[in-house]
Write a protein that binds this ligand. Structure first.
Ligand code: PNS
Length: 167
């Protein structure tokens, strides 16, 4: 996989906004590694395994995508996987400060890593994993906001009474 980028995130769960960024990234890169943060300190609705499995399902027919869970520093993960570009989606001004800090910290940690910001379709500029969970929990329709497999998994969590809103 040459000309490879990494697209990191928590993805609890992956949304159509993330999928939109990945599709745009595929036009630029020979391969994209979707790096799913394992984070035992952060309470998540879905386990790392569940988050990875949903993403695998979505991109099962896309040979240019690989999916890996990671912990530790993102720059170390990127270097180990020969990816020098980190893709991040930028939705609104409110994202900017955090993303700017993160990009500069990553550059400080490894001068060889560059961050590339990409804008999603305007229709997803309001979308976040946190909003999806809240809307779904309160009975709203998330059909247009997440891939089918995610909607199915959200329904299952609710049915099993395992729906937590934390992130
Ligand atoms: O989906 P998110 O929560 O916006 O993703 C954040 C993520 C996973 C990109 C970020 O938390 C991360 O890179 N974590 C790994 C730890 C790290 O490298 N920290 C230093 C850079 S801030």
């Amino acid at each position: 996989m040459e000309n490879r980028a990494v697209y990191p995130g928590f993805f609890d769960p992956i949304t159509n906004g993330h999928v939109d960024i990945i599709a745009r990234g595929l036009k630029l890169f020979g391969g994209i590694i979707i790096a799913v943060l394992k984070n035992p300190k952060k309470r998540a609705l879905f386990s790392t395994k569940e988050r990875v499995a949903m993403i695998q399902d979505i991109f099962a027919r896309e040979p240019k995508i690989s999916i890996q869970a990671f912990d530790g520093l993102l720059v170390d993960f990127a270097r180990k996987n020969q990816a020098r570009i980190v893709i991040r989606g930028l939705r609104a001004i409110s994202d900017f400060e955090y993303e700017f800090q993160m990009a500069l910290m990553n550059r400080k940690l490894d001068e060889g890593t560059e961050t590339l910001f990409m804008m999603p379709s305007v229709g997803y500029s309001f979308l976040s994993s946190r909003m999806v969970k809240e809307v779904f929990l309160l009975g709203g329709d998330v059909h247009d906001l997440v891939p089918e497999v995610v909607e199915k998994n959200l329904r299952e969590k609710l049915k099993k009474g395992k729906f937590v809103l934390s992130q």
